[in-house]
Design a protein around this ligand. Structure first.
Ligand code: NI
Length: 184
């Protein structure tokens, strides 16, 4: 996910970055598979590269399908007070949502330069495993709640544009395609 108020200061990383897939792509619409014990090495390799890719973009969240990996894995860092606060989400699940909704402008590294207002539950409870395999829960509101929902959506092949009207979505995707054509 990208944020309009994204901080300019990002951690400098020597880690290799990965190309970010731009919509439309089949893997961005596919349901990712759960991370299992056999994926431990892949996850250990991917996590630093996903953070480096996200910080460089810059973005505040990145899901594995966006770098071409169909695993239920995402990284998030809202950089509160411009300080890194990385969160690794392995097999995240939303286990509770508020009835109250919140609307916020969202962007996505796979839909660069396009933004739309998206309405989602204002607060969420998310259960996940961290990079060390420790089971954790987060209760989030505000930007973090939106970001967690946005990233978990990616693992189900859902993009933020899937939450807006077909008319707005088609317009936005046409603008994206035009911008991508002009960039190449
Ligand atoms: Ni996104």
């Amino acid at each position: 996910m990208t944020d309009m108020n994204d901080a300019a200061t990002r951690p400098i990383s020597q880690t290799d970055t990965m190309p970010i897939l731009i919509a439309p792509k089949a893997i961005l619409k596919a349901r990712a598979r759960p991370v299992g014990p056999a994926d431990a090495d892949a996850v250990r390799d991917l996590v630093p590269r996903m953070f480096a890719t996200m910080y460089k973009a810059p973005g505040i969240g990145l899901a594995a399908p966006q770098v071409g990996v169909g695993l239920r894995l995402a990284v998030v860092d809202l950089m509160p007070d411009d300080k890194p606060a990385p969160i690794v989400l392995v097999n995240p699940e939303i286990i509770g949502v508020s009835a109250e909704l919140a609307t916020r402008e969202e962007g996505c590294l796979s839909i660069p330069g396009q933004y739309a207002e998206v309405t989602r539950p204002a607060r969420v409870k998310v259960r996940f495993h961290d990079a060390q395999g420790i089971r954790k829960e987060i209760e989030a509101d505000g930007l973090l709640a939106a970001c967690l929902q946005h990233e978990i959506d990616h693992l189900d092949g859902v993009l933020f544009v899937d939450h807006i009207s077909a008319l707005k979505r088609n317009m936005l995707m046409r603008k994206l395609a035009k911008a991508q054509r002009e960039a190449t």
